[in-house]
Design a protein around this ligand. Structure first.
Ligand SMILES: C[S@@+](CC[C@H](N)C(=O)[O-])C[C@H]1O[C@@H](n2cnc3c(N)ncnc32)[C@H](O)[C@@H]1O
Length: 205
């Protein structure tokens, strides 16, 4: 195993766990509209599980990473609904029928997906016509000075953050994929370069 693979597979999951836990306060509000048959894109270490509301009946998840398996198993065991985990196929297609899900959720993950346009198109494909995409993501700041620093630091963040980008315009990406945004909040919680947040809900346009 090379040094970077070791960092990505053995160290980075712990860094993520440490960095993502304090964000719990934002998860409940993001996921409160989730209901029925739900798909979570970028499951990570399962930190969203305690924040899903009662109306969730089943959760399917996809992620190319499989880390901290004992912690994740304990979180799944404590969930009030069944959880089916799926490994993301290399071509990025979601292993689900079109129009299946009532809700698709994605939290702090669009920053890392190599082709966010293709991934959002897949999310749109698998969501029901009246379903909702629920998201909270960090992305491009609306302050030009901060945005300039995000562009400068992006190559470094790509390496440290295992593919994470600081400069994605999340709302524009969601709309470009054929969603209409019903609700969008933009706010900063932490250093603006890393924590310019977009929280929202969207449906198929
Ligand atoms: C910053 S973590 C966020 C994890 C989790 N969503 C959370 O809120 O704690 C980003 C996650 O995206 C996953 N990821 C990377 N590329 C992906 C892809 N193409 N499709 C789905 N998930 C992906 C990573 O493996 C990682 O688990």
């Amino acid at each position: 195993m090379g040094l970077y693979d070791f960092y990505e597979q053995r160290i980075f999951p712990h860094v993520l766990e440490f960095a993502m836990k304090p964000l719990g306060a934002h998860r409940g509000e993001t996921l409160e509209q989730a209901r029925g048959d739900v798909l979570e894109i970028g499951f990570g270490t399962g930190l969203n599980l305690p924040f899903y509301p009662e109306g969730v009946e089943r959760l399917s998840t996809v992620d190319p990473m499989d880390a901290l398996s004992e912690k994740v198993a304990a979180r799944i065991a404590a969930a009030h609904f069944p959880v089916d985990r799926h490994h993301l196929p290399a071509d990025g297609t979601l292993p689900f029928d079109s129009g299946r899900f009532d809700s698709v959720t994605v939290t702090w993950t669009l920053c890392t997906i190599p082709d966010p346009d293709a991934a959002l198109a897949e999310m749109r494909r698998v969501i029901k016509p009246d379903g909702r995409l629920l998201f909270i993501e960090h992305g491009l700041s609306d302050q030009p000075g901060v945005a300039r620093w995000q562009e400068r630091l992006n190559p470094i963040q790509n390496v440290i953050g295992c593919g994470c980008n600081l400069n994605r315009p999340v709302d524009r990406l969601v709309e470009k994929a054929g969603f209409a945004i019903d609700r969008l909040e933009r706010f900063v919680d932490g250093p603006a370069i890393f924590a310019s947040l977009y929280r929202g809900a969207a449906r198929r346009a």
